[in-house]
Design a protein around this ligand. Structure first.
Ligand code: PHB
Length: 371
């Protein structure tokens, strides 16, 4: 919007330091990489990010690679953490004279149905009010935007999975050049990375499990077991400095608009992390929204704005389907019987041996087109 000359103010409840230091995942789709570059925020990402041209699917002691460029006409992904993306976006915005008001509280949205909605908030002990044409609710699952929509307007679609991810950060060299998604009788495991020195790995666990139950020894024994191959692959182990257990769910509200409030990102939808789609969906939402708002100011046309929710939801539901599918294929379901496990192994065998099936996985992983 700033590039189109549209004035806006960003309200952030946390401090700049806080949002820049909260460690988050980050697999950027080709389209998200392109967007960062187009808006002029991509230089550090291109220098310091890690382009990945594939992933490994590991099951039944076998390891098979999905080759993204070969299956998608040259597309790939970039491993570059979300907090690094945030640093670059904040720096660009402040350098180019854009406004971000940090550490605001008691944010309230008013007059969403009126021509000029208002946002009230407190900052540094004083009350403030902003008059605006539009409000973008980009404040996540726990934000104020979604609850500001009157009851009965939104339909909610949700699935809660009967497992969680236990994630660790450790100081070790990468175990693999590319991410490894593994299904084992004992459950899912993922090998990811943050940098040449810091690795990110996950294990499927009971969502009520506690990190205190996972000593370093037990953690590494479990990774060795779930990631084992017939030719004796072993993860590179190192000191673990962070442990967390997160639940997993799929969640969508429809529509993503009420009056002059437009929801984007996690305020409107959540995906399980298996497809690495969360940040990318937020990026495509705001791209669709910014384009619609720019068209409105340029031509006075409301058409793209009226279509925002439907346009964004088409892409969101495809990513929901992909995330649900990856999650279902790669996790053991409690009470899941031997038949279900054999079907999952067979699906992995199919997905990694049929060109059509691996192309389907690859085109979803690198990101489907905007519309
Ligand atoms: C991560 O690096 O944290 C990560 C990578 C891929 C996923 C989920 C998380 O699918």
């Amino acid at each position: 919007m700033q590039l189109a000359g549209i004035e806006s103010v960003v309200l952030e409840s946390r401090s700049r330091k806080d949002i820049e230091e909260t460690i988050r995942a980050g697999v950027l789709e080709q389209g998200t990489v392109d967007l960062m570059n187009e808006i002029g925020a991509g230089a550090r990402m291109m220098r310091e990010g890690f382009p990945h041209e594939g992933i490994h699917l590991r099951f039944d002691g076998r390891d098979r690679r999905i080759d993204f460029p070969a299956l998608t006409g040259g597309k790939k992904v970039m491993v570059y953490a979300q907090h690094e993306v945030i640093k670059d976006l904040v720096a660009l915005r402040l350098q180019t004279g854009g406004e971000i008001r940090f550490e605001v509280s008691e944010v309230g949205l008013h007059g969403l149905d009126a021509e000029a909605p208002r946002v009230r908030y407190r900052q540094g002990g004083a009350s403030h009010e902003l008059g605006c044409d539009f409000i973008a609710g980009c404040d996540g699952t726990q934000g104020v935007s979604r609850p500001a929509i009157p009851a009965g307007v939104l339909s909610v679609y949700e699935r809660i999975y009967p497992f969680g991810w236990y994630g660790i950060l450790c100081n070790a060299p990468p175990s693999s050049d590319e991410l490894i998604y593994a299904l084992h009788e004992r459950g899912f495991a993922l090998v990811s990375t943050r940098s040449p020195e810091v690795q990110r790995m996950y294990l499927q666990v009971d969502p009520a499990d506690k990190v205190e139950n996972w000593s370093d020894e037990r953690t590494w024994a479990e990774f060795r077991a779930r990631l084992a191959t017939r030719d004796g692959w072993l993860p590179k182990e190192g000191p673990i400095f962070h442990k967390v257990i997160v639940g997993m769910r799929s969640f969508v509200v429809e529509p993503m608009q009420h009056g002059r409030l437009f929801l984007a990102g996690d305020a409107a939808h959540v995906v399980p992390p298996t497809g690495a789609k969360g940040l990318n969906l937020a990026a495509s939402d705001v791209r669709i929204l910014a384009r619609a708002i720019a068209a409105h100011y340029k031509s006075g046309s409301r058409e793209l704005l009226q279509d925002y929710s439907a346009t964004a939801l088409r892409r969101i539901w495809k990513a929901q389907r992909f995330s649900w599918w990856m999650t279902s294929m790669l996790h053991r379901f409690p009470g899941g019987d031997a038949f279900q496990y054999r079907v999952q192994l067979s699906e992995l065998d199919y997905v990694t041996s049929s060109r059509a099936a691996s192309a389907s996985l690859a085109e979803n992983y690198v990101g489907l087109p905007l519309d």
